[in-house]
Design a binder for this molecule. Structure first.
Ligand code: SAM
Ligand code: SF4
Length: 357
């Protein structure tokens, strides 16, 4: 559906009349469902539990990063409160992300409690995989349903160049640890970069097939002060065409609840997905918001507007103000983003590691 058509259909009362609200008629939820002003139902939260990371991927961070001081970061108890209030408002899927979530001290304390939250159907995690050989078993025991692991290359030297400090062997060990812990359909995420890893896309798909993994290719997004990305940008379409010379790709109608569109390969369980924020904008069906480690709620990855939940969170131990702040934030969820206009001069000043991918 064209964006403009959808906008008109979903806003019969006009944007000026919008009052942030929940939909009390929705069934199956405890208190109602969060709706934004375009009528989109918010059922998915991505929660960044740290802005720190043990890698410095070139597309995600600057080489010299200043991380948040500890007191500016939500405590694990605060993260749990935020998640519980969202679940009370009809959110059924929560992705733990970062930075690298598994470098947060006592991350498992939080994850175990999230796994036990009544009403939270789908607890998932995005990680760079470096710590998974230690954490795969407890993550599975805590009720994490699925893991996404970032992997842009299978070449150790190239891996070191992209991540600046990462060790590919540790990540490959982590992928194997996840399989042994019983995780199935683990998904690899590969950012497509011309001249850096575009000669490896076939190998990455073969690796996914051989290890019973899914894989998504991501169009690089202009987040943070990293200029000149249009030189290395590759569209999903170009990669899909190239891959279809090596693999039979059958379009799939499956919906993972995220922005990826999937293709299947006959004879394999692996799915090949494409996340195309430029070429196939997914704003129409956006069902999510993001919470940063310092308690800001970003209703859109590609915009700068945010609601700060920290004052409400710290004002009182009951969740009344926090709940209201979350409901009110629905009023600032924009219709969408346009990354393509901003490729070389990002308008979104924060790095992906701040917002959580
Ligand atoms: N550290 C974890 C990891 O790497 O999976 C979780 C956080 S990371 C920010 C989440 C995802 O964002 C990763 O898959 C990463 O490749 C992706 N990412 C980071 N910066 C990006 C950018 N500028 N464009 C597209 N994807 C990006
Ligand atoms: Fe760290 Fe993930 Fe960003 Fe890489 S993409 S620097 S692993 S947060």
């Amino acid at each position: 559906m064209q964006n403009e058509t959808l906008r008109q259909e979903l806003t019969p009362v006009g944007l000026a009349d919008f009052t942030p609200r929940i939909d009390p008629s929705a069934t199956g939820y405890q208190e109602g469902t969060l709706l934004d002003k375009y009528g989109r139902r918010i059922s998915y939260v991505r929660l960044s539990i740290t802005d720190r990371c043990d890698f410095r991927c070139t597309y995600c961070m600057a080489e010299e990063m200043t991380f948040l001081p500890r007191e500016a970061v939500m405590s694990l108890e605060e993260c749990l409160r935020v998640a519980s209030v969202f679940v009370g408002l009809g959110v059924t899927k929560l992705r733990i992300t970062g930075g690298e979530p598994l470098v947060r001290k006592d991350a498992m304390w939080l994850i175990e409690r999230l796994g036990a939250l009544p009403g939270l159907e789908n607890l998932v995690l995005t990680t760079n995989g470096s710590q998974l050989d230690r954490f795969a078993v407890p993550l599975r025991a805590a009720g994490v349903k699925r893991i996404n692991i970032s992997l842009d290359t299978l070449n150790p030297e190239r891996f070191r160049k992209i991540t600046r400090i990462g060790d590919l062997t540790k990540v490959l060990r982590g992928i194997e640890a996840a399989r042994q812990a019983g995780f199935r359909r683990t998904k690899l995420n590969a950012v497509m970069m011309r001249g850096t890893n575009d000669d490896e896309f076939v190998d990455l798909v073969s690796f996914a097939i051989n290890n019973e993994l899914d894989i998504s290719f991501i169009e690089e997004m202009p987040l943070g002060e990293i200029h000149g990305r249009s030189n290395t940008y590759i569209s999903s379409e170009e990669t899909r065409e190239m891959l279809s010379r090596h693999f039979e790709l059958i379009p799939s109608t499956e919906d993972s609840g995220g922005p990826a569109r999937y293709w299947r390969i006959p004879g394999s369980e692996s799915r090949v997905g494409f996340i195309s924020p430029h070429s196939h904008n997914f704003c129409d069906s956006c069902n999510r918001v993001r919470i940063t480690a310092k308690g800001e709620l970003y209703p859109c990855l590609g915009q700068n507007d945010a609601a700060n939940l920290l004052p409400a969170l710290r004002a009182s131990n009951d969740d009344v103000a926090l709940r209201q702040a979350i409901i009110d934030s629905m009023g600032i969820k924009p219709y969408g983003h346009d990354f393509t206009q901003q490729m070389d001069t990002p308008q979104v000043v924060r790095f992906m590691s701040m917002t959580g991918g």
